[in-house]
Design a protein around this ligand. Structure first.
Ligand code: 3H9
Length: 717
């Protein structure tokens, strides 16, 4: 019997338990163990029914994605073909009851659907998230789910990749019963009951009544494809899963399964799957910080102080309250504090309106946020997060103040997005307790948090900030203390290059369209308008001080700033706005760009989409290489996670550094050399990029070699 699957017989019911922590993935040994137990149950004279259950925190969370990764890179056979196992479950002469707690995801749900019955804990979830990995269900899920829940509901689950809760699963016919209390005992009782009732215990494959008619399905499939194009822009797998559903409704079960297998194999051989599988593991790797282990002590956080009740401060306060942490929210004057508190309520009310929160939960969370005008209660805070205006002397003043009142082991965090953490820490008597926790706006929505390590930050403080990010359900990425850290440091040359492109001949909307078509959530000029050109202008003034003679600097931004075109907040920026939010092309700006270029002697020409993408992305990738080479990011994959979770970079392209690997570093390097010759010194290739090209390496190989150097063995990665 497999180590990963245990069995026991209780009152005539064989209980098969999958025990493959942490998430009971279908790794080698698991399918074999289940098959062996099913065989035993089928033959066992004393066994009347079977219960299949997961040990630990969840049922089965799917195929082992490591195996899928190997297959995607042509390194292994990949996930096993589960056809025989699923058939043996479905054909078992004794009723098989699958008991679900935690999540039944991907291959986990596919396994469950082969059972004759599914019972679940009230908080259980079920989903087919394969499209998030650039593939479609590969264990007959595309054939069984429509048979259980109907074609439209199945398509929605496949395309969105979102899990549904237990009660919804019962409503749709996916689960048979919710079991309150002990799931295992309840499932055994349920199995005995159905065994005694004598059946028939119908096989899912035989249930065709929800498969609809060709006429009704045509419209559903069309609508599904339209939805896939809308919510999964540019992606292949969400469209291919609908092809598999089409097979489910049109072909006999076995043929449909073969069709599904063909599609999944094709998806796994594609760039989209490789990129998304990379993104999956990259997002999980960020929590592993070199020099910090599970044993590293963390400070416990029960009460937090937040200084500044502006957009960032209130967002951070909400995120903390959402995690059950008491928050002291401080402002300097009553009017600003009232505005902050009102904005917290407004945001929560909107969540209630969208049924994401109950009114009761809203009141509980608001009650955790205690408005303050003084520091008098801050002595009790376990962490203080400063979120005041982005100005060094103001931040230093605040840190000087909190140094006097914070308890000895209080973590002092700054939410700065660009400023020097060490200089801020220097305003305190305890720089080892100071860390950057850079939230992204709006803080209660955006998943990314950059945790910034100062020169003297204690590793326990870093560990605390990383643990806090996880508790707040954020993706915390450790970065070093350089100007703009990782995300904004790469954003700056990207923004600047986009401005050079418009001076040389593009329009803001052409640049934005090219970026959007590439897959980036929002064009850079639209982003600039959203953030406010006054901010961009301030950054430009700062960077101007760092310019070397002969360096090129953008010209139009200052003119827009002077004309008070500050973006959405003034109704006009790079675009104009009628409803406050939707960018509209503005001939006035285009004329301004043309005259500016003419006055500066810049010859305008037509610029291809390809050049727009190359210049915007390669300049960013070059900066990413510099950051990585200088050690301000731990891994290229961390940079990818930052860009996917915080900057709208398409996950199906794996992040900027992964994308660079897919284009080929030598090709990118050659283009960078050309741009260097044409446009000047700021295009100097990063030393790390040069080295990787010389060694014929990739960023992925760079990460793997570093990981190996730290852990000492490739196996322990
Ligand atoms: C599939 O099933 C294809 C089939 O159709 C074909 C079948 C033949 N495999 O996220 P966490 C690891 S495709 C391998 O931090 P949480 C993860 O890397 C699959 N490893 O925990 C991490 O490792 P480490 C469809 C996996 O509590 C650790 O487990 N299924 C897998 O925040 C903890 O993960 C999915 O797409 C896996 N399947 O969230 C589900 N899953 O500690 C993917 C997790 O070394 N998984 N790991 O960094 C998830 O969505 C979340 O992990 C889950 C738990 C919600 C389960």
């Amino acid at each position: 019997m497999s180590e990963l699957v245990k069995f026991s017989v209780e009152s005539g019911v064989e209980v098969i338990t999958v025990e493959n922590p942490p998430v009971n993935a279908l790794s080698p040994g698991v399918p074999e163990g289940i098959a062996e137990s099913i065989g035993r149950a089928a033959d066992g004279a004393s066994v009347r029914a079977v219960v299949l259950i997961g040990a630990g925190r969840t049922f089965v969370a799917g195929a082992d994605i490591k195996q899928l990764e190997e297959q995607a890179h042509g390194r292994g056979p990949g996930a096993p073909n589960l056809h025989q196992l699923l058939k043996s479950i479905e054909d078992c002469p004794k009723p098989v009851v699958v008991a679900i707690h935690g999540s039944a995801l991907g291959g986990g749900l596919e396994l469950a659907m082969a059972g004759h019955y599914r019972v679940a804990s009230p908080d259980a979830q079920a989903g087919q998230p394969e499209v998030n990995l650039g593939i479609i269900p590969g264990a007959e899920g595309s054939q069984r789910l429509p048979r259980l829940v109907g074609v439209a509901a199945a398509i929605e689950m496949f395309v969105s990749g979102k899990a549904i809760g237990a009660s919804e699963a019962v409503r749709l016919g996916l689960f048979d019963k919710i079991i309150e209390g002990d799931l295992r005992a309840g499932a055994v009782a349920f199995a005995r009951h159905v065994a005694e009732s004598g059946g028939p215990h119908r096989r899912t494959r035989d249930k065709t009544e929800k498969l609809g008619s060709p006429e009704s399905n045509a419209a559903i499939l069309d609508a599904g494809r339209e939805r896939a194009r809308k919510i999964r822009r540019n992606m292949i797998a969400p469209l291919r899963v609908i092809d598999a559903v089409e097979a489910a409704v049109a072909l006999p079960f076995e043929e449909g399964c073969r069709r599904e297998r063909e599609i999944v194999e094709k998806c796994l051989a594609g760039e989209e799957a490789r990129a998304l599988i990379h993104a999956f593991f990259a997002e999980r790797a960020v929590s592993k910080v070199r020099g910090i282990s599970k044993e590293t002590r963390t400070h416990s956080i029960r009460m937090a102080g937040v200084i500044g009740a502006g957009t960032m401060g209130t967002g951070i306060a909400m995120v903390l309250a959402n995690a059950g942490i008491t928050v002291l929210l401080k402002e300097t004057d009553q009017a600003a504090l009232d505005r902050g508190v009102a904005s917290v309520r407004k945001n929560y009310e909107s969540a209630v309106h969208k049924a994401r929160l109950t009114a009761h939960e809203m009141e509980e969370r608001i009650a955790l946020i205690q408005p303050q005008l003084t520091y008098s209660s801050f002595g009790d805070a376990d962490i203080i997060i400063e979120a005041v205006f982005e100005n060094m002397s103001l931040k230093k003043q605040v840190f000087g103040e909190i140094d006097k009142i914070a308890k000895g082991d209080c973590v002092l965090a700054t939410n700065t997005s660009t400023l020097d953490i060490d200089e801020i820490a220097g305003a305190t008597s305890r720089p080892h307790m100071v860390v950057g926790i850079h939230f992204f706006s709006p803080a209660h929505v955006m998943r990314l948090v950059e945790v910034v390590r100062g020169a003297r930050t204690d590793k326990e403080v870093i560990a605390t900030a990383m643990a806090l990010a996880k508790r707040l359900r954020k993706v915390g990425v450790l970065v070093g203390n350089c100007r703009g850290f990782v995300g904004n440091r790469m954003m700056l040359p990207y923004m600047r290059e986009a401005q050079f492109l418009v001076e040389e001949g593009s329009t803001p909307s052409q640049v934005d369209q090219a970026l959007y078509d590439f897959g980036i959530a929002m064009g850079i000029f639209a982003v600039d308008d959203m953030g406010g050109l006054d901010l961009g202008w301030r950054v430009l003034q700062d960077t101007k001080r760092l310019l070397k003679p002969g360096d090129r600097t953008p010209l139009v931004l200052e003119k827009l700033y002077d004309a008070h075109r500050w973006g959405q907040k003034t109704g006009a920026g790079w675009y104009r706005y009628e409803d406050g939010r939707t960018p509209i092309r503005d001939p006035e700006v285009e004329a301004l760009i043309e005259t500016t270029a003419e006055q500066a002697g810049i010859a305008r020409r037509s610029i291809s989409k390809e050049e727009i993408i190359e210049r915007c992305l390669y300049v960013m990738i070059n900066e990413g290489s510099r950051i990585l080479g200088e050690g301000f990011a731990q891994r290229a994959a961390d940079i990818d996670t930052i860009y996917i979770t915080g900057y709208g970079f398409p996950a199906y392209r794996g992040g900027p550094m992964w994308y660079a690997d897919t284009v080929g570093l030598s090709k990118i390097y050659e283009r960078i050399l050309e741009f260097h010759r044409e446009h000047g010194e700021y295009w100097t290739p990063a030393p790390l990029l040069e080295r990787l090209v010389r060694d014929r390496q990739t960023f992925a190989a760079f990460d793997a070699a570093n990981e190996q150097a730290v852990t000492g063995s490739p196996e322990s990665q």
